[in-house]
Write a protein that binds this ligand. Structure first.
Ligand code: NAI
Ligand code: MG
Length: 499
């Protein structure tokens, strides 16, 4: 724990250079054991902004060893004091919101006003929330016999391995590490290859309030650095957010070691708009739900919008007009609503779906917004949002996660049939129903197969609201007290005979 507080660095280019080529292990920056790095690129202009340490098994060994050593002492601390340290992380991170917002914008191409600044604020809030929950690590007393005291206690698991993606790396990292640390674990994070720098800075900031070795971070590629972390014999729990494919690889590796895995995977979330819905509110809800300001790069994206035939045409016209009024451009510009896609690979994926949709008989593509004209952005990865109509629910675009600014509007007329279609998906992360009819709302919330069902809103994750999917969308819940208890502790039963 350092006495000199870090001061925010509001020059993201300089900060990216300063953070380049390093992991953070045992309270210190260090280079990869191999000495190798890989480039970090700003997707808004294609320029390299820095480099990240190229992690491999040897780096995992060092980080897990540091975590294991630190965790023993940490677990012995009073739970409330651990919480206080995590709440202090929240306070420190709050001082760095603008710095982190600028750096994450540079690194991921997300627009600073509509996305990055909000994410950086929520990051601090997650630490503040979990920091208050230390004394909620409670067990139970169990009636057994008059001369036997039978109780359960919540014990930390030990070393937690966390693997995170690039779309909302700050928030998703916080939802994993804050509860894990409060619960008495030490953590080793493997950052996403596309966004390794801002989370590294967060780790440095957090380490001002935590003993060395409790929060460690490695950068590197999934198979070379993520896989050895999951496989490491001293990692007792893995928590992951990302693709279904990688989630299954991780689940198989966890099964091999018989350790628990929390998996937050993809989605194809339905939004059902009834004919009595307030169309303007539903249109605004679709824009928020689709995360157009995040280029649609969200597992929760409302990417299947079922609109009743009576209001279908007016809904499409209003949505098209509102999305078109959004500005695609330089993510650092306060006027920009929509930034760049994270990588060439993701952009190719999104564009291939758009091409498939356009080639589908009966489908119409409404392409929104104007492309940025600034020559400085000519190599940027910008994609115009596309609203498809005329597709059936069983079309490829309505069944697979696109992870881009593409949504499908499906016209419907029969209520039972639309519920059936909404559930006809491999995924089950979130769903929403838009109506003024309370009876319909209640019925839909019961029948929709999803981890989160909202009525007349499409809000984003809050730290106290349990979040996680069913079916291929994952296993286990994140956020809330429940996630800390269920996913970062194990319950030990203690039975004491009095004589
Ligand atoms: P990914 O699931 O491959 O990557 C996520 C994280 O897993 C990264 O840190 C990566 O390095 C790591 N990883 C990859 N392979 C691994 C392995 N074998 N062992 C251990 N760790 C491994 O996702 P990617 O390639 O970034 O994106 C592909 C698609 O996944 C997207 O188009 C989107 O559909 C989905 N996705 C979903 C996210 C969500 O929020 N649920 C977030 C990011 C991607
Ligand atoms: Mg991948």
């Amino acid at each position: 724990m350092s006495l000199n507080r870090l001061t925010p660095n509001l020059d993201p280019q300089a900060l990216a250079k300063e953070l380049s080529g390093k992991h953070f292990i045992a309270g210190e920056f260090c280079a990869a054991v191999s000495g190798r790095t890989f480039p970090v690129v700003n997707p808004a202009n294609g320029r390299t902004i820095g480099a990240a340490a190229l992690g491999a098994a040897a780096d995992v060994d060092a980080a897990v060893a540091a975590a294991k050593l630190a965790q023993k002492v940490w677990a012995d601390k009073n739970a409330r004091d651990r919480g206080k340290a995590v709440a202090e992380c929240g306070r420190l991170l709050m001082d760095h919101v603008e710095e982190l917002a600028r750096l994450i914008t540079l690194e991921t191409g997300k627009a600073i006003r509509t996305e990055s600044r909000i994410e950086a604020g929520v990051l601090a809030d997650v630490f503040t929330f979990f920091g208050g929950l230390g004394s909620e690590l409670k067990g139970e007393s169990v009636p057994f016999a008059n001369d036997v005291l039978s109780v359960t206690v919540r014990q930390p698991i030990g070393v937690v391995g966390a693997i995170i993606p690039w779309n909302v790396p700050l928030l998703l990292m916080a939802l994993k590490v804050a509860p894990a640390i409060v619960a008495g674990n030490a953590v080793v994070v493997k950052s996403a290859e596309e966004a390794p720098l801002t989370v590294l800075r967060v780790t440095q900031i957090m380490n001002q309030a935590l003993p060395p070795g409790i929060m460690n971070i490695l950068s590197g590629y999934g198979p070379d650095c993520g896989a050895p972390l999951v496989a490491h014999k001293h990692v007792g729990k893995v928590t992951f957010t990302g693709s279904v494919e990688t989630g299954k690889i991780i689940a198989r590796m966890a099964a091999e070691k018989l350790i628990p895995a929390t998996l937050e995977l993809g989605g194809k979330s339905p939004m059902i708009v009834m004919d009595d819905a307030d169309v303007d509110r539903a249109v605004d809800g679709a824009i928020i739900g689709m995360r157009f300001t995040r280029q649609g790069q969200s597992c929760t994206a409302a990417s299947r919008i079922f609109v009743h035939e009576k209001i279908h045409d007016s809904f499409v016209a209003k949505l098209g007009a509102k999305v078109t009024a959004m500005k695609i451009g330089d993510p650092m510009d306060e006027a920009t609503d929509i930034g760049a896609i994270i990588s060439r690979q993701q952009m190719d994926k999104v564009q291939s779906y758009i091409a498939i949709g356009k080639a589908t008989a009966g489908a119409t593509a409404l392409t929104c917004c104007v492309m940025p004209s600034d020559p400085a952005l000519k190599d940027g990865l910008f994609v115009q949002p596309v609203i498809f109509t005329g597709l059936e629910n069983d079309a490829k675009l309505c069944q697979e996660e696109i992870f881009g600014p593409v949504t499908c509007i499906i016209k419907w007329r029969d209520y039972d049939r639309v519920i059936e279609q909404a559930n006809d998906s491999d995924f089950g992360l979130a769903a929403s129903i838009w109506t003024r009819n309370l009876q319909v709302a209640l019925d839909a919330t019961k029948r929709l197969e999803a981890g989160l069902v909202q009525v007349n809103q499409n809000l984003v994750v809050q730290p106290n609201i349990s979040y996680g999917g069913v079916k291929q969308s994952g296993l286990g819940k994140e956020a809330s007290l429940e996630s800390m208890l269920e996913h970062f502790t194990h319950k030990k039963t203690i039975m004491m005979k009095m004589a």
